[in-house]
Design a protein around this ligand. Structure first.
Ligand SMILES: Cc1cc2nc3c(=O)[nH]c(=O)nc-3n(C[C@H](O)[C@H](O)[C@H](O)COP(=O)(O)OP(=O)(O)OC[C@H]3O[C@@H](n4cnc5c(N)ncnc54)[C@H](O)[C@@H]3O)c2cc1C
Length: 325
């Protein structure tokens, strides 16, 4: 049977998040030559279809409704179920983001299907596809094969490479009219804690501070370094608990999971709960004045020293590199 895999495009502040393109790459592997259909839900989202085509979608279906302007479990659930009813897919891929984590189990339960969540890589294709996902806070990985039913998967941002962009590629865009009714909640306003800067869960560079940063002002050099490298600032729970920064920056088991190309951990001891959120980063640099700190066990490069001396030196060096580049 020919496969058809839906990909939920995730829209934030009028543009598609990168994870949508990574999900298309995953869907291509699951579809194994079958059709990959991008799904856009929102208020006015049809204009974003071209980005889905350029990243590999074969076709795009939209549902536009004023109640879909902001994500709600109810609203998106109704809209996506209408698309599923029309398209009858063999698979659906979500980003393992706040919205994807909320919506994917709901859809799986409605379809009486299983869900493979937080997938970090995929082996094989089509009926032989095997999903790899971390378990026990990243201490081990399991391989999951779906034997029957619709294949539902959510993929961790920054792990599966998007396909090479094909500028100008287009395709068929169709829309479905769905009467979004009986919403149990309507979002009136979204107040963002940090509206500027790079999205932490998709950042290529993360500069994270721990209790060793010692104060809110102590985060300033970390912010400067992150800005210089086009990255985002993160934190350990120790730093958040001490009120040096907002909990939205927390990385770890009970915070965000990040997989940047470069993770700089400054004044972070490396508790297992913190490692669960960052140990899959491609290159880890640890700065800690305690040579026995656990963070050095996962670091590719370790700097034993005072972060307030090391970070200004790094800033100086990176500035010099930029000037000479
Ligand atoms: C159920 C549960 C869930 C949890 N979830 C999370 C989570 O999601 N994320 C998370 O991070 N933690 C989490 N924790 C907490 C975790 O166990 C640790 O307590 C926390 O990560 C410690 O934060 P820290 O490394 O910043 O602080 P500390 O352990 O106090 O380490 C501070 C480090 O800074 C170094 N240091 C001090 N001054 C300097 C300096 N001037 N220069 C360089 N280095 C310096 C010290 O040597 C030390 O290694 C969780 C705990 C539990 C029980």
């Amino acid at each position: 049977m020919s496969k058809k895999v839906l990909v939920l495009g995730e829209v934030r502040e009028g543009s598609l998040r990168n994870v949508s393109f990574e999900a298309i790459a995953a869907a291509k592997q699951i579809a194994d030559g079958g059709e990959v259909v991008g799904v856009l839900l929102g208020d006015a989202v049809a204009g974003l279809a071209s980005a889905l085509f350029e990243h590999g979608a074969d076709r795009v279906v939209t549902v536009e409704h004023p109640h879909l302007k902001q994500y709600t479990s109810d609203g998106y659930g109704q809209a996506l179920l209408a698309v599923i009813e029309q398209e009858n897919p063999t698979g659906i891929v979500f980003g393992h983001t706040a919205n994807g984590k909320d919506l994917s189990p709901k859809i799986a339960s409605k379809l009486q299907a299983g869900l493979v969540s937080d997938v970090t890589s995929i082996e094989g294709a089509g009926d032989d596809v095997v999903f790899i996902r971390p378990i026990y806070s990243g201490k081990a990985f399991e391989k999951v094969k779906v034997k029957d039913g619709v294949v539902l998967a959510s993929i961790r941002p920054n792990n599966i490479a998007p396909l090479e962009k094909a500028p100008g590629k287009t395709g068929d865009v169709s829309s479905i009219t769905v009467d979004i009714t009986n919403l149990r909640s309507i979002i009136k306003e979204v107040v963002r804690k940090s509206s500027e800067g790079v999205d932490l869960s998709e950042a290529k560079v993360v500069v994270a501070g721990g209790r060793g940063v010692k104060s809110e002002e102590g985060f300033e050099p970390l912010k400067e370094l992150a800005d210089l490298l086009g990255g985002a600032v993160g934190a350990s729970r120790g730093a958040c608990d001490a009120e040096y920064c907002d909990y939205s920056l927390q990385i770890g088991q009970t915070g965000k999971v990040v997989t940047p190309d470069l993770y700089i951990a400054a004044g972070i001891s490396g508790a297992i709960q913190h490692l669960a959120g960052m140990s899959n980063s491609k290159v880890i640099v640890a700065i800690n004045k305690d040579p026995e700190a656990n963070i050095f066990k996962v670091a590719d490069y370790g700097i034993v020293g005072d972060l307030f001396e090391v970070i200004p030196l790094l800033i100086e060096e990176f500035k010099a590199l930029k000037v000479n580049a």
